[in-house]
Design a protein around this ligand. Sequence first.
Ligand code: SAH
Ligand code: SF4
Length: 360
Amino acid sequence: MTTSPTIDIKSLQLGELEDKVRELGQPLYRARQIADWLYQKRVQSFDEMTDLPQGLRNRLAEQFDFSKIDIVRVLGSHDTTRKFLVRLADDSLIETVLIPASPALYGSRSDRRTLCVSTQVGCAYGCKFCASGLEGFSRNLKPNEIVDQIIAVERESGEKIDNIVFMGMGEPLANLDNVMRAIRIINAPWGLGIGARRITLSTSGLAPQIRKLADEPLQIRLAISLHGATDDVRNQIMPINRRYNIETLLAACDYYTSRKKQRLTFEYILIAGVNDSDEQARLLASHAKRLSAKVNLIPYNTVHGLPWSRPSEDRQEKFLSILRERGIAATLRREKGHDIDAACGQLRLQTKRELQTANS
Ligand code: SAH
Ligand code: SF4
């Protein structure tokens, strides 16, 4: 009798695939063949790996999962941001967002396509402005579920993705082991081959994990969701700040920048009357200066059922100018229309509400 398979084949590193084929009495090059089927040819079953001996295919199928994810809903069109609602093997729903060329985005040039991937189902951190945290936390994504978001969107859209941001649903640093496993597959030449500098991880401020990430050799980029320049403001909207306050967070960022060549980015959502004062801008500038960080200002996207809104365009520009006067490399996302560009978590929420209404 065999035990039920649990590890997914798309969670393994090349070295682990090599260990496995060796254990099964096969030559090492089989591992590269398997990786090639998974990440270049992108088959969806062991049976399609036609240059492997049938016996090996059977053994692999007994020992590993080969789970599929399905795109069940798409919002947006070819030239705009497109949102994909993804159903996982256990029927959980997550979101993945394809962002076309946008000069203000992390590591991106005008010809780049960026994918915003999720790392958890829901989020436990409960930031007051965020749709992802509204229904709490369900579970961590497995490495294969992270990698498969990229493969599924490339298949569905026919586009090649060359920039990855971990800014979908969930807190990546709360699922660091699985996220790092996925990143190694995304980055590896035998995997998806996306350069480390084209991969950005965003965190709400888990200071100890920022230090852990600093000790990782990969030169991925890090973005910090700051959203407030003082503890007063941050405490109001981000519960995590009561655990790791701004000074604790900035000290972890100091450590990060001492270990990495990449500059940090501070993300700062502008929320009217909450964090958009001149005073906050001046303090934000001094934090950014301390870390030589870039600042990315994002006008708040309204979330159905939440009370927050974005400041006027004048206020947004004033905030930006205070940063620039102080020599900070800052950008402001000026896109119009909230509908489709709305932040991650909302399509899932909307779909769940529609389903609830339909079922009741
Ligand atoms: N948990 C991580 C990564 C996912 S959130 C983090 O918080 O950094 C990705 C980004 O979207 C964060 O900067 C988050 O603050 C931002 N965000 C969440 N809700 C938003 C909204 N309604 N409008 C604009 N940005 C939002
Ligand atoms: Fe979680 Fe990030 Fe949303 Fe905060 S902003 S609730 S950490 S996903």
